[in-house]
Design a protein around this ligand. Structure first.
Ligand SMILES: Cc1cc2nc3c(=O)[nH]c(=O)nc-3n(C[C@H](O)[C@H](O)[C@H](O)COP(=O)(O)OP(=O)(O)OC[C@H]3O[C@@H](n4cnc5c(N)ncnc54)[C@H](O)[C@@H]3O)c2cc1C
Length: 381
């Protein structure tokens, strides 16, 4: 989104703010809770409205851990980092439950478990190795050498503690528990720090002078500051959902093809299928928020092949923009030229797995200088 000179010519009123959060997705509203708990007066500015970015367009899987299978993640990031990230993910899930318990009258969250499923024998071998590595770390996943869904998969890992959630309701619940003031329909178009005591945040309606600013703008971060160029890459993801089925065809969250495919029953009895971008990465490397024919055809075909018993029509198709970090791990830090401006971004399709825990570290880092651990952005240089 850009802001024209007609929309904001620099004469917007100045508004002083203690703790300003940019972006009211699940990460921004989670951060608002932690900043409020630290005694800060929190304002959130959002270019659309609550959770209208990826946060209400996702599949609602609360699957613990990174997208890479556990043993592969250890090879890539090291054992200590992977263990730390697993704990951060488990902590994130506890926070989502807490927000819903405090103020989630309508927010649905169900501990239905997840199944990481193998689309091939090669993936089945990967899952077996991942299960061994998880078990060796005391994480009691169950390995199935055959397909628990009886739909032609080759093997599965079951994580019984994982959950499915209605993500839009979750975001609203977390906003309410935070007590933060929300200013919707208010894009940020420039952030700078010309005074050591506050950052200046230019938005369509106001120019904020904020003692602390936290960018929770995930995929859109590079439109606010060049620091994010090459560090957070906008990546489109797509879903379809059928009309309500006569009976559920699965329970839990299904995740396969190394995370490129995912499926679940919605709380109102529809089958949701998402993913399908593996063969269309260049096309889907975009921040354009619309569905594309090749990916939707792929999802249609997947529905026919894996769920041939589902004859109900597809009723809705949608897309959302994720922010993939350069190395697959979220990013927390402060902008090199604006020490009062922090960020919690780069969720790599796993904001429900890491969002709240990472938001907490970002708030701590900004307010106290505490090291954010494995999610510290300084690792990327
Ligand atoms: C189809 C799909 C399926 C997914 N499935 C899952 C899943 O099952 N499980 C999972 O863990 N994750 C999933 N994800 C990823 C998950 O949705 C994201 O990781 C998560 O929503 C990130 O939250 P966020 O708050 O960082 O980003 P967003 O929800 O994108 O929020 C960023 C907010 O910042 C606002 N903003 C941006 N720029 C500005 C600006 N200049 N001024 C003001 N406001 C601004 C945006 O409007 C937006 O509301 C999926 C994503 C998609 C698209």
């Amino acid at each position: 989104m850009t802001v024209s000179i007609w929309q904001a010519d620099g004469s917007q009123p100045i508004r002083e703010v203690d703790f300003l959060i940019v972006g009211a997705g699940i990460v921004g509203v989670a951060a608002a809770n932690f900043a409020a708990q630290a005694g800060r007066e929190v304002v959130i500015t959002e270019m659309r409205d609550v959770a209208l970015g990826a946060s209400s367009r996702n599949a609602g899987f609360m699957i613990t851990g990174l997208d890479a299978y556990y043993h592969r993640a250890i090879e890539r990031y090291g054992h200590d980092i992977v263990r730390e990230l697993w704990q951060l993910s488990a902590q994130t899930h506890r926070y989502w439950r807490e927000f819903i318990a405090k103020d989630g009258d309508n927010a649905r969250l169900e501990q239905c478990g997840s199944l990481l499923l193998a689309e091939s024998d090669a993936e089945a071998r990967e899952l077996e190795l991942a299960a061994k590595a998880l078990n060796a770390d005391g994480i009691e996943v169950v390995f199935h050498a055959s397909d628990p869904l009886r739909r032609g998969y080759s093997a599965a890992i079951e994580q019984p503690w994982d959950c499915a959630v209605q993500p839009y309701e979750l975001a609203w619940a977390a906003l309410r528990t935070s007590g933060a003031a929300l200013i919707s329909n208010n894009e940020v178009y420039k952030v700078e720090q010309t005074n050591p005591d506050y950052a200046v945040v230019h938005t369509r309606q106001f120019i904020f002078h904020a003692r602390h600013v936290l960018l929770c703008t995930n995929a859109y971060s590079r439109f606010i500051h060049p620091y994010f160029e090459g560090k957070v890459i906008p990546t489109r993801a797509q879903c379809l959902v059928t009309a309500p089925l006569k009976a559920p065809v699965m329970s839990g969250c299904g995740y396969s093809d190394y995370g490129y495919m995912y499926y679940r029953m919605t709380f109102d009895g529809r089958l949701l299928i998402g993913g399908g971008r593996k063969d269309y990465k260049a096309l889907e490397n975009t921040s354009e928020d619309c569905v594309s024919d090749p990916v939707q055809r792929y999802l249609d075909n997947y529905l026919r092949v894996r769920f041939p018993d589902v004859t109900e029509p597809v009723e809705r198709r949608w897309a959302g923009i994720m922010g993939f970090s350069a190395d697959g791990v979220p990013l927390v830090g402060t902008l090199p030229d604006c020490p009062r401006v922090g960020f919690a971004v780069g969720f790599t399709g796993h904001g429900l797995a890491f969002g709240a825990g990472v938001a907490e570290r970002a708030v701590d880092h900004l307010l106290t200088g505490a090291h954010p651990g494995a999610v510290w952005a300084g690792r990327l240089g």
